[in-house]
Unconditional design. Sequence first.
Length: 111
Amino acid sequence: MTASTGVDTDELWRRVGLHELRQALMRIEELMYGFESTLRALPPCNVCARAKLVERIQSDSHRLSREMTSLSVLTESLKGALSTTEQCTAALTAKPPVPCQCTGGECTCHE
């Protein structure tokens, strides 16, 4: 779906709990666009162009490394959350909860 249909993509990412992932991907996309901008602005001299590219790569590599580490940690967290969700779904499907049948006091039917 596109923005022209009135769908708020930021809200969709939030709704499914992936807003942090979207933010990380957007930061990486900014790095890509910045690097492309550097490529377009390279001087005509190959030696100077290479020097400019090395300079840009060195400055961006630290930031990109941090973003990739963040993405890896986020991915592992998402895998864990998905695994837990799948286990809970399977457990609830296999043995759906039933309302408490105890008339008062302590519950003895859900021990």
